[in-house]
Design a protein around this ligand. Sequence first.
Ligand SMILES: NC(=O)C[C@H](N)C(=O)O
Length: 378
Amino acid sequence: MTQHAARPAIHRRNRPSILAAPLIALALWSWGIAAAQAAESGKDAMAAGLPRILVLATGGTIAGQADARATGAYKSGQITGEQLMQSVPGLDKLARLNAEQISSIGSQDMNDKVWFALARRIQEAFDKNEADAVVITHGTDTLEETAFFLDNVVRGDKPVVIVGSMRPATAVSADGPGNLYEAVQVAADPRSRGRGVLAVLNDKIQGARSVTKTNTTSIETFSSANDGPVGYVDSAGGIRFMAQAQGLKRATYQLPAGEQLPRVAIVYSHANMDAVPIEDAISHGAKGIVLAGVGDGNTSKPALDALEAAAKKGVIVVRSTRVRSGFVTRNVEVDDDKNGFVVSEDLNPQKARVLTQLLIAGGVTAPAELQKAFTATW
Ligand SMILES: NC(=O)C[C@H](N)C(=O)O
């Protein structure tokens, strides 16, 4: 009894009253909120230290989808930039990301309109300090041309990284997520500043001027024939930049008004070449012709004569080469001084075309001035 009698006394002292129970629940609930808020603000504080990266999505195989995993057939540009970002774990630990959709196309359909939209959006984001770096998701077919175009028109030294993939997002071993992760890693790294537009695919970081696609379907396709990659990246080893190319000239050209660059044709040289493709280009209004020449930017006598006639009429003639590495040199087998031709140096025909377009748009037409713009200072 005594024991029994003592119990209620103890209970009375410690037992919460009917009113106290909800108060404790309320306190626990608010502690919970406070703790969650603290954790959240801890996360915010961590996130606040991360760079702000604007992801501009254009389409391509990286955003491609197949109907079935077992098939090789797929459609480019089916997935949004936002969905791509969500599919890569750990991106939020690298940067604060914000995605915008610029287009949803395979890069075989890349065009001036998308180029201008990209260039203007990147410049705006940098000028208004909305982003510390930009990552562009893009198809691989014309990735090098977009990289080179942007390299020539975007001002400032904030990183701009372009990324794609060779396999669609639905493939068994898709390369897009890893490439996107590495692209964000590179864009977020302050050492990427001032290097122009960088292409990041398959663990390599390559410069806009040199990078080119070399294999139709393999994931190991991009290479820089004359100067090698700018660096290497992987999630375990991080980023290793090689020595920065010394004295490589980068000029910035004014983005022309409107949404179209002047018409410049590429004419591909081959054995038994006649003048017809050159005459065709001129009759279709080309303001410039880039020769994808044989060897050191050469072509047949009839083609050369047609090019000389074109230059006399004021068409800009730039000799490039269909050969993947090396430089095109002035006045070796072709008398460039006499003919008023320009040589592309290390620029492949598709990049020489972009530079020719920008120069014509900027009113540069004298061969000596054009040549200066093409000649990188090595
Ligand atoms: N791998 C790729 O991205 C190829 C595709 N045709 C594209 O350039 O959009």
